[in-house]
Write a protein that binds this ligand. Structure first.
Ligand code: SF4
Length: 329
């Protein structure tokens, strides 16, 4: 199912003359780590170290690898071009070519008008086939290229759906190919258009309007709960591709100008227990936008995004709500 592109990886390692190779894989691919390490050691004179800590995206490069390895190879994610990371890190996209022939016909009755087609990096190679199939079945399709955080046409990240921007005024619906709901949820909130998901792993088709309403209700509740808060913790990630320190300082100024107090708290790994020592009424996460949405119920205080803080402070109207995103430079 997965192509780890070990020919290209081997060539890169040999070119670099690397002797010690750190390997970073997301949770879904970690089970393949030992086999990859064995194969790399067999093909090169290098020795591998598997990084056991979680890896959430290309934003999450282990920055300490130079303490113990010559190079780092991260599998499963496309690089984030706007993130300066150095030449001794290689990102290896792991493309999946899955059979969705039973799912495409199920998506047809849910799609409307011109269809904007989007996906994550794993499935970008399937886009030409999907577009051809839809066009053969009566739907014109369009595809967009995102900003400098994005590599491929049609690719979105959970934190960046800029590929939607050039399409949203010309389409009647979006088709998203991928697992999980966060990426397509962002598209649904941003555009208010029908978003249909083809999930190749679950082998199912779903439409997101109900989930969109549920999440919006939940976010409205979080904003209402935070409206009486006086002391805020602004959470800043130390992961290189999630760090938005400038935004964090801006939010602190914004809070102080509106008569509230704020503390910046830097963390590598976010967890409710890490908040226990801090006496505050609400949190604002400037890290991965998924944290506030996916982990909201794990925190005992309202956990907001920067956009939601603006609404709490009366600086933005709820009608202008959107999920948080991280733009390229
Ligand atoms: S910030 Fe979050 S959504 Fe964006 S690449 Fe990192 S893990 Fe993925």
């Amino acid at each position: 199912m997965y192509d780890f592109r070990l020919d290209e990886v081997t060539e890169w390692i040999v070119d670099k003359g690397a002797r010690t190779i750190a390997l970073q894989l997301p949770e879904g691919l970690k089970v393949h780590g030992q086999a990859i390490a064995e194969e790399i050691e067999y093909r090169t004179s290098g020795k591998c170290i598997l990084i056991g800590d979680p890896c959430y995206g290309a934003c999450d490069v282990d920055q300490r690898f130079l303490d113990y390895a010559d190079v780092l190879i991260q599998f499963g994610h496309a690089e984030i071009p706007s993130m300066e990371i150095g030449s001794n890190v290689l990102f290896v996209e792991v493309f999946m070519n899955m059979d969705i022939s039973k799912l495409l016909p199920q998506s047809l009755p849910l799609l409307k008008g011109i269809v904007g087609v989007l996906t994550t990096v794993q499935h970008v190679k399937m886009l030409p086939m999907i577009r051809e199939w839809l066009e053969d079945h009566g739907h014109q399709t369009v595809i967009g290229k995102g900003d400098s955080r994005i590599v491929f046409e049609g690719q979105v990240l959970g934190c960046n759906i800029s590929a939607v921007e050039p399409l949203k005024d010309q389409v009647g619906s979006f088709l998203y190919i991928g697992s999980g709901d966060f990426h397509p949820l962002s598209i649904a909130v941003e555009t208010d258009l029908p978003v249909v998901v083809i999930d190749p792993l679950m082998q199912e088709v779903r439409e997101l309007s109900e989930l969109r309403e549920k999440i919006l209700r939940q976010r409205h509740g979080a904003i209402a709960r935070a409206s009486q808060a006086n002391k805020f913790a602004i959470l800043v990630s130390t992961k290189i591709g999630q760090n938005r320190m400038e935004l964090a300082w801006k939010l602190r100024c914004m809070l102080e100008e509106n008569g509230r107090s704020a503390y910046l708290i830097a963390l590598e790994e976010f967890h409710p227990d890490r908040m226990l020592p801090f006496e505050v009424d609400a949190y604002v996460s400037t890290a991965c936008p998924r944290i506030a949405i996916d982990d909201y119920l794990r925190y005992d205080k309202p956990l907001l995004t920067p956009v939601e803080l603006e609404i709490v402070l009366g600086l933005r109207d709820w009608s202008n709500y959107r999920l948080d995103t991280i733009a390229g430079n």
